[in-house]
Design a binder for this molecule. Structure first.
Ligand code: SF4
Length: 356
C-alpha cells in the first residue's frame, strides 16, 4: 500500500515509488508535487466499451474529491483522472472497484485494454467484438508475467468486427479483424509514437479459438525479447516471417490448456446513437454526471467509449431530441467513422512530464 509506507516524500522519491507501479494504472503528473493520474478501465469480466451511469457518477465523485474535477477520455476506451495525491491511490482504487472499475493494466508495461469496435451498435458486424475483447483482455489481467517488470513495454490489441477496421488494426501490436467467412485476419507490429510503424498482415483465415493462443504467443515472444522499445521493434529487427514462426510455436504449445472463446455471434442492440464530441477529450465532473443522467433518461443506462475521445450514448429508437444536451448529433447505428478520419489529442505539457 502506498499510503501505509510513505508518510513524507522528496520529489525524486515520488518518481522512484510511482514508476514501478505504473502498470497498476498510475502515471506521475508533471512537476514537483505528489500528483498522479489514474487511468481507469472496466474490471475483469466487463465489456470494456460500456460505461454505466453509476460508474460515471463515481468517476465524477472521485475526480472532484481527490483530483482536479476533470477527466480525460482516452483512445483505448479508458477514462483518466488527474492531480490525485499518490498517497491516496489505493483509497481511490478501492472506491472505483466498488462499481466494477479497475485501473490495473491500463498504464506502463502491461497488456492494455483490447479495444473493440462498437459492434453491438453496427449492422456491418460479423462478430461480437466486445465479447472477444473481454475474453482476451481477461486472460492477461493481473498476470505478473505480462506486467512490469517481466514485460519490457506495453502491448496494444484491437478488435474490429468487420473489414472496415474502425479499431485501427495497423496502429496496434496485434490488430484483429473479423472476416465475412467467420474467420479473422491478424496484423502484427504496428504502433504510434516517435517511430510510427504500420502493422503487417501476419495471419489470415484464423479460427476464433486460435486468437488467444496467438496473442499469448506475441506476449511471450515479446517478453523473452526484452526489447524495451516495444514489440514493433521485435518485428522490424527479426523480420515478420521469423516472428510469425516463433509466435505460432508458442501458440500451438499453449492452446490445449486455454479456455475456448465465448459465443461470438453478432449481437445488434436496437437503438439510435447520440454522439457528443469533446475536443481534446477533456470532460468535467459535471458533464460526466450529465451524461449519466441522459443515458438513464433516454437510453439504456450506459454510454460507449471507443478510440476517438467522443462519447456515444445509445438511445431508444423513438427519441429524436435530448433537451439537456447542447451540442450533439443523433445518428442511426453504424460505423463509428462514417465521416472519415478524426483528430485526437494527447495530455500535453500541463500534466505529462515529457510533454513539450
Ligand atoms: S463498420 Fe466499424 S464499427 Fe461497424 S462492425 Fe465494422 S469495424 Fe466495427
Amino acid at each position: 500500500m502506498l499510503g501505509s509506507y510513505v508518510s513524507s516524500f522528496r520529489y525524486s522519491e515520488v518518481y522512484k515509488i510511482v514508476y514501478p507501479r505504473r502498470h497498476e494504472g498510475i502515471y506521475k503528473n508533471r512537476g514537483d508535487n505528489p500528483w498522479v493520474s489514474i487511468r481507469i478501465r472496466q474490471g475483469v469480466g466487463r465489456d470494456p466499451s460500456k460505461w454505466f451511469s453509476n460508474q460515471l457518477r463515481v468517476i465524477a465523485e472521485v475526480s472532484s474529491r481527490y483530483g482536479d474535477g476533470r477527466a480525460m477520455l482516452g483512445t483505448r476506451g479508458d477514462i483518466e483522472i488527474f492531480k490525485v495525491d499518490f498517497r491516496l491511490f489505493d483509497e481511490v482504487v478501492a472506491r472505483l472497484r466498488e462499481v466494477g472499475l479497475d485501473p490495473r493494466d491500463s498504464c506502463g508495461n502491461s497488456v492494455r485494454n483490447p479495444i473493440p469496435c462498437t459492434s453491438q451498435f453496427c449492422p456491418y458486424a460479423h462478430i461480437n467484438a466486445e465479447a472477444l475483447s473481454t475474453f482476451i483482455g481477461d486472460y492477461f489481467r493481473y498476470r505478473s508475467e505480462y506486467e512490469y517488470p517481466s514485460l519490457p513495454h506495453r502491448i496494444k490489441i484491437s478488435i474490429s468486427a468487420c473489414e472496415r477496421a474502425c479499431a485501427a488494426p495497423v496502429a496496434q501490436d496485434i490488430g484483429i479483424v473479423a472476416k465475412p467467412n467467420g474467420k479473422f485476419d491478424v496484423y502484427l507490429g504496428g504502433g504510434i509514437g516517435e517511430h510510427a510503424f504500420s502493422a503487417k498482415l501476419a495471419f489470415t483465415d484464423v479460427n476464433a479459438e486460435d486468437l488467444l493462443p496467438i496473442c499469448i504467443g506475441v506476449a511471450e515472444v515479446f517478453r523473452r525479447s526484452g526489447e524495451r522499445r516495444g514489440f514493433k521493434w521485435v518485428v522490424k529487427l527479426r523480420g515478420l516471417d521469423k516472428v510469425k514462426e516463433e509466435v505460432m510455436a508458442i501458440a500451438r504449445e499453449v492452446k490445449p490448456k486455454l479456455p475456448k472463446p465465448p459465443d461470438l455471434s453478432p449481437k445488434l442492440i436496437k437503438s439510435r446513437i447520440a454522439v457528443i464530441k469533446y475536443p481534446t477529450g477533456w470532460v468535467s465532473a459535471d458533464e460526466l454526471v450529465q451524461l449519466a443522467d441522459v443515458a438513464e433518461k433516454y437510453g439504456f443506462g450506459y454510454v460507449l467509449l471507443f478510440n476517438n475521445q467522443s462519447v456515444y450514448i445509445p438511445i431508444r429508437e423513438n427519441v429524436d431530441r435530448i433537451a439537456e444536451l447542447g451540442n450533439y448529433e443523433i445518428r442511426d447505428p453504424g460505423p463509428i467513422y462514417p465521416e472519415g478520419p478524426i483528430t485526437v489529442a494527447c495530455l500535453g505539457n500541463e500534466l505529462c512530464p515529457p510533454g513539450s
